[in-house]
Design a protein around this ligand. Sequence first.
Ligand SMILES: [Zn+2]
Length: 192
Amino acid sequence: MKCSNCQKEADFRYRVLEVQTLHVRSLKGDNKVQALGKFQDYGICRSCAERRLKDTLEFSGEKKKHCFLSIVIIIMGCLILLNMGSEGLIGFTGLFFILGGILIEYGTVSEWLRTRKELMALSFEKRLERAAWLELLASAPKKSVDSDLSYIPVDRETVNMKKGDFMVMYDLIPEIVEKAWSVINADYLNQR
Ligand SMILES: [Zn+2]
């Protein structure tokens, strides 16, 4: 099997079940409709996993971009307040920019620290495995027509989960939990 990212021979192999999620907006609010997709096999090579691990542990790439963006937004907010006065709607817009910038900054940094802490708690091999999974999620398709795609790994960890945890972990609606659970368990047994 080839690496889904660079086509080299894969070192980490994953069998996953696709979940299609459609967000339906109506007067009653947002609603989620989900359907199970196909089983797919993906691979990730060791060098792609190592690169992903390095990117995730360092404050770089996307995170730097978000950080830069939030600083620009905060500066714009300050400029609006300084140049146009703090009264009325304009003052409100300035404050809105500053607050928005701070929230983006906070979100980016706290998520990075959380993921970093999770990864550092694992042994090196486990950490690399987790990074390979993150790389797979990044390189696998995220959309199918109008639906968002997400993936559930078919492995021992998944079949050993409690059904409630399984539902929360993969953000499944109650209507498809049973079906997802049974096809994954059946497929897992088939693979062995
Ligand atoms: Zn690769």
